[in-house]
Write a protein that binds this ligand. Structure first.
Ligand code: 13P
Length: 248
């Protein structure tokens, strides 16, 4: 049995005051579920550490530099995330790929930098609407997965989390149906199994894209969906806690 995970991706939202309320609500409302993760903007990682240390809630960042240290103005290293108690880091979110030009190679380097520092990468893959309509979904997510597996080796996926996030479902209110999501999750797991069946059985694959308390349970009931990566609904404690309960 794979322990389900529910990770909140706050994106560029929050404030010290808002986070205070949100984190109190998440800690209090998810006690029966061990797989909760909150991924905050960098400046709030100190606050995450102060508020979440000693609780059942893990925390992480939404990005990191592929470089260890040095003249990389504006960047944040894996070791810095570790300094603030992060266990996880989201890698290759579609917003980073599309808005900030991250290539599959950059994503692979970031994945490696995270693991080298002892962080668990949450590797995002997903197709756009036009790619889906062109029948290219499996090819797109396959290329995104293979770029990382080829760079770090398939066994590294055992200590990572995958997240399937169809770009057309992110922030649109348009969720993939449980069957649409399951089909891609199964494809990803089978693709890993071709390289290493033991790793395929263990790797958690989260679904992300307009997950709400009203659709979480049916998504999480699918055999290859091991939890969720939650955007908008992770900013409201009661909604996020309901989603966590659907995974418990
Ligand atoms: P929404 O849940 O807001 O659609 O965002 C999903 C997402 O991008 C999580 O990483």
């Amino acid at each position: 049995m794979r322990q389900k995970l529910v990770a909140g991706n706050w994106k560029m939202n929050g404030s010290l005051a808002e986070n205070e309320v949100l984190l109190d609500g998440v800690v209090a409302g998810t006690r029966e579920f061990p797989g909760v993760i909150c991924c905050a903007p960098y400046p709030y990682l100190f606050q995450m550490q102060e508020k979440l240390q000693g609780t059942h809630v893990a925390w992480g960042a939404q990005n990191l530099s592929q470089y260890e240290r040095g003249a990389y103005t504006g960047e944040v290293s894996a070791a810095m995330l570790k300094d603030f108690g992060c266990s996880y880091v989201i890698i290759g979110h579609s917003e980073r790929r599309a808005i900030f030009g991250e290539t599959s190679m950059t994503v692979a380097e970031k994945f490696k930098a995270a693991q080298d520092a002892g962080l668990v990468p949450i590797l995002c893959v997903g197709e756009t609407l036009s790619e889906r309509e062109a029948g290219a979904t499996f090819a797109v997510v396959g290329e995104q997965l293979d770029a990382v597996a080829g760079f770090v080796g398939v066994s590294a996926l055992e200590d990572a989390v995958l997240a399937y996030e169809p770009v057309w479902a992110i922030g649109t209110g348009k969720t993939a149906t449980p069957q649409q999501a399951q089909d891609v999750h199964r494809h990803l797991r089978e693709r890993v199994a071709l390289m290493n069946s033991e790793v395929a059985g263990k790797v958690r694959i989260l679904y992300g894209g307009s997950v709400k308390s009203s659709n979480a349970a049916e998504l999480f009931a699918m055999p290859d969906i091991d939890g969720g990566l939650i955007g908008g609904a992770s900013l409201v404690a009661s909604d996020f806690c309901d989603i966590c309960r659907a995974a418990a």
